[in-house]
Design a protein around this ligand. Sequence first.
Ligand code: FAD
Ligand code: SF4
Length: 474
Amino acid sequence: MLKEETKNAKNGKKKKKVGEPRQPMPEQDPRTRARNFEEVPKGYTDEMAIAEAARCLTCKKPKCVEGCPVRINIPGFVGLIADGRFIEAAMKLKEDTALPAVCGRVCPQETQCEAECVLGKKFEPVAIGRLERFAADYARDHGEPDPDVTSPTGKKVAVIGAGPAGITAASDLACRGHKIIMFEALHQPGGVLVYGIPQFRLPKEIVQYEVNGLKKLGVEIRTDYVIGKTETVDQLLEEYDAVFIATGAGLPMFLGIPGENAIGVFSANEFLTRVNLMKAYDFPHHATSPIRADHVITVGGGNVAMDSARTALRLETRSTIVYRRSRAEMPARDEEIHHAEEEGVAMNLLTNPVRILSDENNRATGMECIRMELGEPDESGRRRPVPIEGSEFVIEADTMVIAIGNRPNPLIPQTTEGLDVSKWGTVEVNEETMATSKDGVFAAGDIVSGAATVISAMGQGKQAADAIHEYLTG
Ligand code: FAD
Ligand code: SF4
């Protein structure tokens, strides 16, 4: 039991209870949810949200705000929830973030805003992410006022890529009166939010709602439009006053081991795209052929690996993670690892794939692995995994998903004159303005930072929008 104290709130009017336990999030039962694609956490009720918001101390110098990459006014919106003013709380959020319902669900709050919450030093921090999700969902369900848009400036901006960075910049620039045309390679906007993060973590209706909001602002979205093939950045520059590149890091990395080209071996991107965006789990209502497997091995220990392994479970297969370090070194959010374990994903830790075995038709039949032990820390600070000689063994499986990371796709750098690119394939920018080496061309998100997070892509998108506005209006 937490110790309960009382103290006077700043205005002296109310008494605040310090040390009330954090409101737990209601969730679907693990055994039930492991077989469906419905969202796992169910969200707070009005009463739970008010009780949770009332835990906030409304600090004079709120540390939590410093921990948030887009500097949301956290005590501001949390205070409004505590007063039951939910729509106003959502409006307060919208001043700083275009995608609160998304960030409230997928941001790693435990290492960002919540890590800085002073309450967390003695008790559990305020559940800032859950409250953000609550306010955004409430406003979506009950109707929210349209944002203010200034009169047209007559300037046109091409935004390439409709992920979090592109959506944020498009929304900010459209509100400032610029005409925005978005070009998206896939048939649906949303980026990783629609093709990568599964429905059970982020329902697609939420992303669709945000995309509809963009359309209401007058943003035109052209899908199935690959810049670098359909048209180049240099051609866009002839028609538009500025170009913003937000094409993410969607090029999957592979292990480079023998047998990796066997039938049944997928990159996590392909596996998740088939299931999420193309609804392979809903055959014959959707035309994508279903993935039928007995045992899926996912290689990796990040969020993408957890998403793949949990998705595999929901296709009614056995699902196993193979990761070369121990659980403590897994880069995935603790919550995701915990959810995967609860649902029944098996973890084969300190294990590294050596080769993929296949039958005479080149269909995968198993993965030969080797046991690892942890040695000295490497350049990332994590202890280096070292193979244990002679410990090879085989795990039988017919499907393998490789989830060991993504790189930026080289198409735009290769087809754009004078665009500076790093040795990792990321586009080089001025870190303040997100301006590239090419006049009138800006870039942000994973194409600049390499695979990162939704909120960092949004933060950079916002920075770029400010700089593009400045560039267009002098
Ligand atoms: P993206 O979201 O990748 O969007 C880029 C868009 O550009 C895509 O729609 C792509 O189709 C389009 N595009 C690419 N090339 C072209 C072209 N030539 N022409 C036109 N369009 C093009 N982050 C979190 O914070 N929390 C999480 O829980 C989390 N989970 C993740 C799970 C998965 C499976 C993956 C893959 C990533 C996850 N991330 C998570 C990371 C996060 O989603 C990304 O960092 C973020 O989406 C990057 O945003 P972006 O706008 O830069 O790029
Ligand atoms: Fe509230 Fe924690 Fe932020 Fe202080 S640091 S304002 S207690 S959320």
